[in-house]
Design a protein around this ligand. Structure first.
Ligand SMILES: Cc1cc2nc3c(=O)[nH]c(=O)nc-3n(C[C@H](O)[C@H](O)[C@H](O)COP(=O)(O)O)c2cc1C
Length: 322
Protein backbone atom coordinates (compact mmCIF):
# COMPACT_ATOMS: atom_id res chain seq x y z
CA UNK A 1 0.00 0.00 0.00
CA UNK A 2 1.25 3.48 -0.86
CA UNK A 3 0.32 5.61 2.13
CA UNK A 4 0.48 9.17 0.82
CA UNK A 5 -0.42 10.54 4.28
CA UNK A 6 3.08 9.62 5.47
CA UNK A 7 4.68 11.56 2.65
CA UNK A 8 2.96 14.88 3.32
CA UNK A 9 4.94 17.79 4.78
CA UNK A 10 4.43 18.71 8.43
CA UNK A 11 2.27 20.57 8.84
CA UNK A 12 0.20 19.97 5.73
CA UNK A 13 -2.98 21.72 4.66
CA UNK A 14 -6.13 20.03 3.39
CA UNK A 15 -9.15 21.39 1.58
CA UNK A 16 -12.24 20.16 3.46
CA UNK A 17 -14.88 18.10 1.71
CA UNK A 18 -17.91 20.36 1.19
CA UNK A 19 -20.99 18.94 -0.43
CA UNK A 20 -22.13 20.89 -3.50
CA UNK A 21 -19.06 23.13 -3.19
CA UNK A 22 -15.80 21.21 -3.57
CA UNK A 23 -16.80 19.39 -6.74
CA UNK A 24 -14.33 18.42 -9.47
CA UNK A 25 -14.50 21.90 -11.00
CA UNK A 26 -13.92 23.94 -7.86
CA UNK A 27 -11.09 21.64 -6.76
CA UNK A 28 -9.48 22.14 -10.16
CA UNK A 29 -9.74 25.93 -9.79
CA UNK A 30 -8.32 25.80 -6.25
CA UNK A 31 -5.35 23.80 -7.62
CA UNK A 32 -4.71 26.52 -10.20
CA UNK A 33 -4.87 29.34 -7.64
CA UNK A 34 -3.03 27.82 -4.66
CA UNK A 35 -3.02 24.07 -4.22
CA UNK A 36 -3.46 22.48 -0.79
CA UNK A 37 -1.40 19.40 0.13
CA UNK A 38 -4.42 17.11 -0.02
CA UNK A 39 -8.04 17.40 -1.14
CA UNK A 40 -11.23 15.39 -0.64
CA UNK A 41 -14.22 14.64 -2.83
CA UNK A 42 -17.65 15.76 -1.65
CA UNK A 43 -19.20 13.06 0.50
CA UNK A 44 -20.80 10.36 -1.58
CA UNK A 45 -23.42 7.87 -0.48
CA UNK A 46 -22.06 4.31 -0.49
CA UNK A 47 -25.60 2.98 -0.98
CA UNK A 48 -26.03 5.32 -3.96
CA UNK A 49 -22.93 3.94 -5.66
CA UNK A 50 -24.64 0.53 -5.89
CA UNK A 51 -26.63 1.91 -8.84
CA UNK A 52 -24.46 2.17 -11.91
CA UNK A 53 -26.76 4.75 -13.43
CA UNK A 54 -26.41 7.05 -10.40
CA UNK A 55 -24.87 9.89 -12.39
CA UNK A 56 -25.07 12.26 -9.41
CA UNK A 57 -23.03 9.94 -7.16
CA UNK A 58 -20.40 9.28 -9.80
CA UNK A 59 -20.15 13.01 -10.65
CA UNK A 60 -19.05 13.57 -7.07
CA UNK A 61 -16.19 11.13 -7.56
CA UNK A 62 -14.76 12.73 -10.69
CA UNK A 63 -11.16 13.84 -10.16
CA UNK A 64 -7.99 14.60 -12.14
CA UNK A 65 -4.30 13.80 -11.66
CA UNK A 66 -3.74 17.52 -10.94
CA UNK A 67 -5.74 17.11 -7.74
CA UNK A 68 -3.57 14.33 -6.31
CA UNK A 69 -3.28 13.31 -3.61
CA UNK A 70 -7.07 13.17 -3.62
CA UNK A 71 -9.21 11.21 -1.18
CA UNK A 72 -12.72 9.91 -1.87
CA UNK A 73 -15.08 10.51 0.99
CA UNK A 74 -18.06 8.19 1.34
CA UNK A 75 -20.84 7.93 3.87
CA UNK A 76 -23.16 5.13 4.91
CA UNK A 77 -23.89 2.66 7.68
CA UNK A 78 -24.24 -0.60 5.81
CA UNK A 79 -20.97 -2.59 5.86
CA UNK A 80 -21.96 -4.57 2.78
CA UNK A 81 -22.38 -1.52 0.55
CA UNK A 82 -19.38 0.16 2.18
CA UNK A 83 -17.16 -2.73 1.03
CA UNK A 84 -18.50 -2.47 -2.51
CA UNK A 85 -18.18 1.32 -2.58
CA UNK A 86 -14.62 1.07 -1.23
CA UNK A 87 -13.75 -1.32 -4.01
CA UNK A 88 -15.20 1.09 -6.63
CA UNK A 89 -13.15 3.95 -5.16
CA UNK A 90 -9.98 1.86 -5.24
CA UNK A 91 -10.56 0.88 -8.86
CA UNK A 92 -11.15 4.52 -9.81
CA UNK A 93 -7.58 5.27 -8.71
CA UNK A 94 -8.11 7.54 -5.71
CA UNK A 95 -5.17 8.00 -3.33
CA UNK A 96 -7.18 7.36 -0.18
CA UNK A 97 -10.58 6.46 1.20
CA UNK A 98 -12.29 8.44 3.93
CA UNK A 99 -15.59 7.92 5.69
CA UNK A 100 -17.73 10.69 7.11
CA UNK A 101 -18.61 10.05 10.75
CA UNK A 102 -19.48 13.62 11.63
CA UNK A 103 -22.23 14.97 9.38
CA UNK A 104 -25.19 16.12 11.49
CA UNK A 105 -27.73 16.01 8.64
CA UNK A 106 -30.84 14.20 9.86
CA UNK A 107 -31.30 12.19 6.68
CA UNK A 108 -27.71 10.97 6.79
CA UNK A 109 -27.85 10.13 10.51
CA UNK A 110 -31.13 8.23 10.08
CA UNK A 111 -29.27 5.84 7.80
CA UNK A 112 -26.57 5.35 10.46
CA UNK A 113 -24.22 7.53 8.44
CA UNK A 114 -22.30 10.67 9.44
CA UNK A 115 -22.64 11.57 13.11
CA UNK A 116 -25.33 8.87 13.40
CA UNK A 117 -22.60 6.32 14.07
CA UNK A 118 -20.87 8.21 16.89
CA UNK A 119 -21.11 5.97 19.96
CA UNK A 120 -22.43 3.03 17.91
CA UNK A 121 -19.16 1.12 18.28
CA UNK A 122 -20.26 -2.16 16.76
CA UNK A 123 -21.45 -0.52 13.56
CA UNK A 124 -18.50 1.86 13.39
CA UNK A 125 -16.07 -1.03 13.71
CA UNK A 126 -17.93 -3.04 11.05
CA UNK A 127 -17.94 -0.07 8.68
CA UNK A 128 -14.21 0.60 9.08
CA UNK A 129 -13.41 -3.11 8.58
CA UNK A 130 -15.62 -3.07 5.50
CA UNK A 131 -13.57 -0.18 4.07
CA UNK A 132 -10.33 -2.09 4.67
CA UNK A 133 -11.74 -5.20 2.98
CA UNK A 134 -13.06 -3.29 -0.04
CA UNK A 135 -9.99 -1.12 -0.60
CA UNK A 136 -6.99 -3.10 0.73
CA UNK A 137 -4.47 -1.00 -1.16
CA UNK A 138 -5.73 2.40 0.00
CA UNK A 139 -4.99 4.26 3.22
CA UNK A 140 -8.17 4.48 5.27
CA UNK A 141 -9.27 7.53 7.22
CA UNK A 142 -12.21 8.86 9.22
CA UNK A 143 -13.52 12.42 9.52
CA UNK A 144 -15.49 12.97 12.70
CA UNK A 145 -16.39 15.37 15.50
CA UNK A 146 -15.79 15.55 19.26
CA UNK A 147 -18.18 12.74 20.28
CA UNK A 148 -21.79 13.79 20.79
CA UNK A 149 -24.26 14.64 23.54
CA UNK A 150 -24.19 11.08 24.82
CA UNK A 151 -20.67 10.01 23.92
CA UNK A 152 -17.61 11.55 25.54
CA UNK A 153 -14.93 12.78 23.17
CA UNK A 154 -12.24 10.65 24.85
CA UNK A 155 -14.33 7.47 24.60
CA UNK A 156 -15.17 7.94 20.91
CA UNK A 157 -11.68 9.00 19.87
CA UNK A 158 -10.04 6.17 21.86
CA UNK A 159 -12.25 3.75 19.98
CA UNK A 160 -11.30 5.30 16.61
CA UNK A 161 -7.58 5.33 17.40
CA UNK A 162 -7.77 1.64 18.25
CA UNK A 163 -8.95 0.99 14.68
CA UNK A 164 -5.40 1.81 13.51
CA UNK A 165 -6.56 4.32 10.94
CA UNK A 166 -4.04 5.86 8.58
CA UNK A 167 -5.50 9.30 9.28
CA UNK A 168 -8.13 10.85 11.51
CA UNK A 169 -9.64 14.29 10.92
CA UNK A 170 -11.50 15.86 13.81
CA UNK A 171 -13.76 18.88 13.45
CA UNK A 172 -13.54 20.67 16.80
CA UNK A 173 -17.29 20.83 17.40
CA UNK A 174 -20.00 18.37 18.44
CA UNK A 175 -22.74 17.44 15.95
CA UNK A 176 -25.37 19.22 18.05
CA UNK A 177 -23.54 22.51 17.43
CA UNK A 178 -23.86 22.13 13.63
CA UNK A 179 -21.37 24.81 12.50
CA UNK A 180 -22.08 27.27 15.28
CA UNK A 181 -20.71 28.18 18.70
CA UNK A 182 -17.18 27.78 19.93
CA UNK A 183 -14.65 25.33 18.56
CA UNK A 184 -12.76 23.22 21.09
CA UNK A 185 -9.23 23.10 19.75
CA UNK A 186 -7.92 22.19 23.20
CA UNK A 187 -9.65 18.83 22.69
CA UNK A 188 -7.78 18.46 19.42
CA UNK A 189 -4.53 18.93 21.37
CA UNK A 190 -5.66 16.20 23.74
CA UNK A 191 -6.47 13.92 20.79
CA UNK A 192 -2.90 14.33 19.51
CA UNK A 193 -1.60 13.17 22.91
CA UNK A 194 -4.00 10.21 22.88
CA UNK A 195 -2.78 9.33 19.42
CA UNK A 196 0.86 9.34 20.55
CA UNK A 197 -0.05 6.74 23.13
CA UNK A 198 -2.65 4.61 21.34
CA UNK A 199 -1.75 4.77 17.67
CA UNK A 200 1.43 6.72 16.90
CA UNK A 201 1.14 5.76 13.22
CA UNK A 202 -2.14 7.63 12.72
CA UNK A 203 -1.95 11.10 11.15
CA UNK A 204 -4.15 13.62 13.00
CA UNK A 205 -5.79 16.49 11.13
CA UNK A 206 -7.48 19.33 13.02
CA UNK A 207 -10.41 21.24 11.55
CA UNK A 208 -12.67 24.11 12.52
CA UNK A 209 -12.83 27.85 11.82
CA UNK A 210 -9.29 28.19 10.43
CA UNK A 211 -9.38 31.09 8.00
CA UNK A 212 -5.79 31.59 6.86
CA UNK A 213 -2.48 29.87 6.25
CA UNK A 214 -0.85 31.67 9.18
CA UNK A 215 -3.68 30.62 11.51
CA UNK A 216 -3.15 27.03 10.37
CA UNK A 217 0.53 27.25 11.27
CA UNK A 218 -0.41 28.64 14.70
CA UNK A 219 -2.75 25.69 15.28
CA UNK A 220 0.02 23.27 14.31
CA UNK A 221 2.45 24.89 16.73
CA UNK A 222 -0.03 25.06 19.58
CA UNK A 223 -1.82 21.73 19.24
CA UNK A 224 0.81 19.64 17.40
CA UNK A 225 -1.58 18.36 14.75
CA UNK A 226 0.07 16.85 11.67
CA UNK A 227 -2.26 18.71 9.34
CA UNK A 228 -4.92 21.39 9.29
CA UNK A 229 -8.08 21.24 7.21
CA UNK A 230 -9.69 24.41 5.88
CA UNK A 231 -13.28 24.50 4.65
CA UNK A 232 -15.17 27.79 4.66
CA UNK A 233 -11.91 29.75 4.73
CA UNK A 234 -11.82 29.23 0.97
CA UNK A 235 -15.00 31.34 0.67
CA UNK A 236 -13.15 34.28 2.22
CA UNK A 237 -10.00 33.79 0.22
CA UNK A 238 -9.73 31.45 -2.76
CA UNK A 239 -5.92 31.77 -2.40
CA UNK A 240 -6.09 30.64 1.24
CA UNK A 241 -3.54 27.87 0.63
CA UNK A 242 -0.90 30.32 -0.54
CA UNK A 243 2.11 30.00 1.79
CA UNK A 244 3.06 33.66 1.47
CA UNK A 245 -0.23 35.48 1.34
CA UNK A 246 -0.24 37.98 -1.52
CA UNK A 247 -2.52 40.73 -2.67
CA UNK A 248 -4.73 39.66 -5.56
CA UNK A 249 -6.17 42.20 -7.95
CA UNK A 250 -9.74 42.64 -9.07
CA UNK A 251 -8.79 41.27 -12.49
CA UNK A 252 -7.26 38.16 -10.93
CA UNK A 253 -10.49 37.53 -9.04
CA UNK A 254 -12.62 38.08 -12.13
CA UNK A 255 -10.37 35.83 -14.21
CA UNK A 256 -10.73 33.09 -11.58
CA UNK A 257 -14.50 33.45 -11.80
CA UNK A 258 -14.44 33.24 -15.59
CA UNK A 259 -12.16 30.17 -15.47
CA UNK A 260 -14.47 28.56 -12.91
CA UNK A 261 -17.53 29.17 -15.05
CA UNK A 262 -15.84 28.00 -18.27
CA UNK A 263 -14.67 24.78 -16.64
CA UNK A 264 -18.10 24.24 -15.06
CA UNK A 265 -19.81 24.48 -18.46
CA UNK A 266 -17.11 22.42 -20.19
CA UNK A 267 -17.28 19.69 -17.51
CA UNK A 268 -20.94 19.47 -16.66
CA UNK A 269 -22.67 20.97 -19.68
CA UNK A 270 -26.33 20.56 -18.98
CA UNK A 271 -25.79 17.84 -16.38
CA UNK A 272 -25.68 20.42 -13.60
CA UNK A 273 -27.92 23.43 -13.25
CA UNK A 274 -26.15 26.71 -14.13
CA UNK A 275 -27.71 28.32 -11.03
CA UNK A 276 -25.33 26.23 -8.86
CA UNK A 277 -22.59 28.65 -9.92
CA UNK A 278 -24.32 31.54 -8.15
CA UNK A 279 -23.07 30.44 -4.75
CA UNK A 280 -19.50 30.95 -5.99
CA UNK A 281 -19.94 34.52 -7.24
CA UNK A 282 -19.40 36.01 -3.78
CA UNK A 283 -16.06 34.23 -3.49
CA UNK A 284 -14.70 36.10 -6.48
CA UNK A 285 -16.69 39.33 -6.45
CA UNK A 286 -16.18 41.16 -3.17
CA UNK A 287 -14.10 43.92 -1.64
CA UNK A 288 -14.05 45.98 -4.88
CA UNK A 289 -15.76 49.36 -5.05
CA UNK A 290 -18.33 48.03 -7.48
CA UNK A 291 -18.58 44.49 -6.02
CA UNK A 292 -22.21 44.72 -4.88
CA UNK A 293 -23.47 46.06 -8.20
CA UNK A 294 -21.50 43.50 -10.17
CA UNK A 295 -22.72 40.65 -7.96
CA UNK A 296 -26.32 41.78 -8.30
CA UNK A 297 -25.97 41.69 -12.08
CA UNK A 298 -24.27 38.28 -12.00
CA UNK A 299 -27.00 36.79 -9.80
CA UNK A 300 -29.54 37.58 -12.50
CA UNK A 301 -27.54 35.92 -15.27
CA UNK A 302 -29.02 32.66 -16.45
CA UNK A 303 -26.27 31.30 -18.64
CA UNK A 304 -22.61 31.38 -19.58
CA UNK A 305 -22.99 34.03 -22.28
CA UNK A 306 -24.72 36.47 -19.95
CA UNK A 307 -22.00 36.14 -17.30
CA UNK A 308 -19.30 36.53 -19.94
CA UNK A 309 -20.97 39.69 -21.23
CA UNK A 310 -21.20 41.22 -17.73
CA UNK A 311 -17.54 40.44 -17.09
CA UNK A 312 -16.56 41.99 -20.43
CA UNK A 313 -18.69 45.08 -19.69
CA UNK A 314 -17.06 45.74 -16.34
CA UNK A 315 -13.52 44.79 -17.26
CA UNK A 316 -12.41 48.27 -18.18
CA UNK A 317 -14.61 50.17 -15.77
CA UNK A 318 -13.37 51.99 -12.69
CA UNK A 319 -10.77 49.58 -11.50
CA UNK A 320 -8.89 50.92 -8.51
CA UNK A 321 -7.41 47.64 -7.35
CA UNK A 322 -5.96 46.52 -10.64
C1 LIG B 1 -21.43 23.67 2.51
C2 LIG B 1 -20.72 22.65 3.35
C3 LIG B 1 -20.73 21.33 2.95
C4 LIG B 1 -20.07 20.35 3.72
N1 LIG B 1 -20.02 19.07 3.27
C5 LIG B 1 -19.25 18.16 3.93
C6 LIG B 1 -19.03 16.86 3.39
O1 LIG B 1 -19.51 16.50 2.30
N2 LIG B 1 -18.25 16.00 4.11
C7 LIG B 1 -17.68 16.36 5.32
O2 LIG B 1 -16.97 15.57 5.93
N3 LIG B 1 -17.87 17.58 5.84
C8 LIG B 1 -18.62 18.49 5.17
N4 LIG B 1 -18.72 19.76 5.66
C9 LIG B 1 -17.98 20.14 6.86
C10 LIG B 1 -16.57 20.65 6.48
O3 LIG B 1 -15.81 19.66 5.85
C11 LIG B 1 -15.81 21.16 7.71
O4 LIG B 1 -15.65 20.08 8.60
C12 LIG B 1 -16.53 22.30 8.42
O5 LIG B 1 -17.00 23.27 7.50
C13 LIG B 1 -15.61 22.96 9.45
O6 LIG B 1 -14.47 23.49 8.83
P1 LIG B 1 -14.33 25.08 8.51
O7 LIG B 1 -14.65 25.80 9.78
O8 LIG B 1 -12.92 25.24 8.05
O9 LIG B 1 -15.35 25.37 7.44
C14 LIG B 1 -19.40 20.74 4.93
C15 LIG B 1 -19.41 22.07 5.32
C16 LIG B 1 -20.05 23.03 4.54
C17 LIG B 1 -20.01 24.47 4.99
Amino acid sequence: MINFWKKLPKPFLALAPMDDVTDYVFREIVCRLAKPDVMFSEFTSADGLMFEDNAHGFQKLKFSDTQRPVVAQIWGGNPETITKAASIVEKMGFDGLDINMGCPDRNVMKKHGGAGVIGDYQRAEAVISAMKIGAPSLPISVKTRLGNEKTEMSEWITFLLKQKLDALTVYARKPEQLSKGPTFWKDIGQIVQMKDELSPGTIVVGNGDVKSYSEAIEKHKKYKVDGIMIGRGIFHNPWVFEKNAQFHTRSEYLKALLDHMNLFVETWGRKKNFAILRKFFKIYVKDFNDATTVRDRLMKAINHDEVEKILADIKDQNNPSG
